[in-house]
Write a protein that binds this ligand. Structure first.
Ligand code: NDP
Ligand code: PYC
Length: 336
C-alpha cells in the first residue's frame, strides 16, 4: 500500500477543507474534522479520513444540513433531548454532552435522546468524554441494514455499535467501542480496498452463502451481508441497539430507515441513545474506584490480556505524523 505521512494538523486541515467546500458551516466542519483527526491519531483508521467522501456526499446531496442548529432541551431533569436538525453527530455531541454530564452529576443518572442526527464515526469519543468527567457512560446507534439476524439471510440490522466507558482516577478511562456485527462495515471496505480476504464467519454473499471476499459484502460492489458477532447472543444485542437507538428515541429501526434514505453513500438520519451515571452517587461512596481497579489489575495480570482502549491510548501518546493511504489522501485533497 502506498502511503503518505501527514501531521495531525494537516489531517484536520484536509478534512475541514473538504467539509467546508461541500457546504458545511465552520462549527460543524470543525466538530467533524476533530472527530476524524482523533480517529487517525488513535489508529481508528476505518473511521477517520476514510469517512470524508461519505460525509461530503451527504452534504452535497442535502441530506445533511450544512447549517444545522441542534437544539437541546430538558424533557425531565434527567432526560435531555437533542434534536440535531440533520447535523453530523459530532455537532450534536458538542451541544449536549456537557448538559448530560451536569444532569448525571446532580441526579446520579441521566440520558440523552439524540434525534435526526447522522452518525458516521466511532462511538468512543462520546463515552470517553463523559468518563473524563468522572461518569460511567454507555451509548449505541443504529444505521442502515447490513447485518442478517442470526438464522436469516436478509439484511435487517445495522452494524449497531455499542460503547461503554469507566472513569479512573489518575488514569485514562477503560473504554470499549465495538460493532455488534462480526466486523464493522468500514473495516470490510478497507479490506476490499487493500485486496485482503476476510476471516470465515464474517459474512454471506448475495445468495446467502458464506464468503471471505469483502467485495461480496461491500454495498458498493456486492449484495451480501455481515453476520452478527457471537451467534444468536450477538444478534440479540444488535436487536437491543435497534430498539434503544430507534423506537426508544422516537426514531426508526435500520430496515425502516433505508426506505427513506437517499442512498448517497453517507449516513442516514437516526437516533442515538446515551446514558451517563455518577458512580459516586450510585455506589454511595467516594471510594467507588477501588473495586473496579482490582478487576482491571486482575485482568492485566494475565499474559495476553489487555484492557479495551489501551491500544488507542498508546497510539495517542505519539504526536508525530501518521502514515495514510496515498490514494485516500488524494481523494480527500481533491474534495477540498
Ligand atoms: P474492534 O473489534 O477493533 O475493537 C472493539 C473493542 O475491543 C475496542 O474497544 C478495542 O480496543 C477492543 N479490543 C480489540 N482487540 C482487543 C484485544 N486483543 N484485547 C482486548 N481488547 C481488544 O472494533 P470494531 O471493528 O467492532 O469497531 C470499529 C469502530 O467502528 C468502532 O469505533 C465503532 O464505533 C465504529 N462503528 C461505527 C458505526 C456507526 O454506525 N457509527 C457502526 C459500526 C462500527 P482498542 O480500541 O484499544 O483496540
Ligand atoms: O463501519 O459499520 C461501520 C459503520 C457504519 C456507519 C459508520 N461506520
Amino acid at each position: 500500500m502506498n502511503t503518505v505521512t501527514l501531521t495531525l494538523d494537516e489531517i484536520h486541515t484536509l478534512a475541514r477543507a473538504a467539509l467546508l467546500k461541500a457546504g458545511s458551516n465552520e462549527e460543524m466542519a470543525n466538530c467533524v474534522a476533530d472527530t476524524v483527526t482523533r480517529a487517525e491519531r488513535d489508529g481508528s483508521h476505518s473511521h477517520g479520513l476514510f469517512r470524508i467522501p461519505g460525509y461530503v456526499a451527504s452534504l452535497v446531496s442535502g441530506k445533511v444540513n450544512g447549517n444545522a442548529n441542534p437544539k437541546v432541551e430538558h424533557i425531565t431533569p434527567v432526560m435531555i433531548r437533542c434534536d440535531a436538525d440533520n447535523a453530523y453527530a459530532p455537532l450534536a455531541h458538542a451541544r449536549c454532552l456537557d448538559q448530560l454530564a451536569e444532569a448525571a452529576k446532580t441526579y446520579g443518572i441521566a440520558m440523552a435522546q439524540i434525534t435526526r442526527s447522522h452518525h458516521f464515526a466511532a462511538l468512543w469519543p462520546e463515552t470517553e468524554t463523559l468518563a473524563e468527567k468522572g461518569l460511567v457512560a454507555f451509548t449505541c446507534v443504529n444505521y442502515m441494514p447490513m447485518v442478517a439476524p442470526y438464522g436469516a439471510k436478509e439484511k435487517v440490522y445495522g452494524t449497531n455499535p455499542i460503547s461503554f466507558a469507566w472513569p479512573r482516577e489518575g488514569s485514562t478511562p477503560v473504554v470499549f467501542d465495538m460493532a455488534t456485527s462480526a466486523m464493522a462495515m468500514g473495516d470490510i471496505q478497507v479490506a476490499a480496498r487493500d485486496g485482503k480476504t476476510l476471516p470465515s464467519g464474517v459474512g454471506l454473499n448475495e445468495a446467502g452463502e458464506p464468503t471471505t471476499d469483502p467485495k461480496d459484502i461491500d454495498p458498493n460492489t456486492g449484495g451480501g451481508m455481515i453476520l452478527p458477532f457471537g451467534g444468536y447472543k450477538g444478534s440479540h444485542i444488535s436487536m437491543m441497539v435497534e430498539l434503544l437507538a430507534g423506537p426508544l428515541m422516537g426514531q426508526t429501526v435500520s430496515f425502516e430507515t433505508e426506505k427513506t434514505d437517499n442512498n448517497d453513500g453517507g449516513p442516514p438520519a437516526g437516533g442515538q441513545f446515551i446514558l451517563a451515571m455518577s458512580p459516586e452517587i450510585t455506589s454511595g461512596t467516594a471510594d467507588w474506584g477501588t473495586g473496579a481497579d482490582s478487576l482491571f489489575d486482575k485482568l492485566k495480570s494475565f499474559d495476553g490480556v489487555r484492557l479495551p482502549g489501551e491500544r488507542r491510548h498508546k497510539n495517542r501518546q505519539d504526536t508525530g505524523p501518521r502514515s495514510i493511504n496515498a490514494e485516500l489522501v488524494k481523494t480527500v485533497s481533491d474534495l477540498g
